[in-house]
Ligand binder design. Structure first.
Ligand SMILES: O=P(O)(O)OC[C@H]1O[C@H](OP(=O)(O)OP(=O)(O)O)[C@H](O)[C@@H]1O
Ligand SMILES: Nc1ncnc2[nH]cnc12
Length: 165
């Protein structure tokens, strides 16, 4: 399911091979939908770029809106921003002001958690506007990078834990 290639000394875990197999892709989405349907989640926040692959089908299936958390200067409207550090540098996520209302229950979706910096930034954006983050969901976790420990106790659900052997 996972294909690897190196970029600047990092073994990159790539999910595009999963997308080539419609049954595996559908099974992946269905596992998330089973877990989150009926949980009163009104927002699925997907992280650019690969959270945009998994987030929208989950949102549609559970009857939630989809809110894209984008890299800087991509969203056309007024945004709030959150910078973060990841395995190979710094980055920033932005969210449209008004896309999420105070009190909404949100699920954060991405393809992978490594150091956890990206998910922390996503949760910060949602919590800054008064949303409750119910859980973070990823296809892959790299447990050796201990990202889960950075999530301040927020639940994280993953389908695959990848450990290098
Ligand atoms: O847990 P972390 O250490 O924060 O890393 C995880 C993030 O890294 C990857 O995206 P990347 O930042 O490479 O950006 P891209 O989706 O634009 O390729 C991945 O898709 C996650 O979003
Ligand atoms: N090793 C890795 N593979 C894929 N995405 C990542 N983001 C941070 N580290 C990564």
């Amino acid at each position: 399911m996972v294909f690897f290639f190196a970029t600047a000394g990092i073994m990159f875990q790539d999910i595009t091979t999963l997308l080539l197999d419609p049954k595996a892709f559908k099974d992946t989405i269905d596992l998330f939908v089973e877990r989150y349907k009926g949980k009163n989640i009104s927002v699925v926040a997907g992280i650019e770029a690969r959270g945009f692959i998994f987030g929208p089908p989950i949102a549609l299936a559970i009857g939630a809106k989809f809110v894209p958390l984008r890299k800087p200067k991509k969203l056309p409207g007024k945004v709030i921003s959150q910078e973060y550090i990841l395995e190979y540098g710094r980055d920033c996520l932005e969210m449209h002001v008004g896309a999420v209302e105070p009190g909404e229950r949100a699920l954060v979706v991405d393809d992978l958690i490594a150091t956890g910096g990206t998910l922390c930034a996503a949760m910060d954006l949602l919590e800054r506007v008064g949303a409750e983050v119910v859980e973070c969901a990823c296809v892959i976790e790299l447990p050796e990078l201990k990202g889960r420990e950075r999530l301040n106790g927020k639940p994280l659900y993953v389908l695959v834990e990848y450990v290098e052997i």
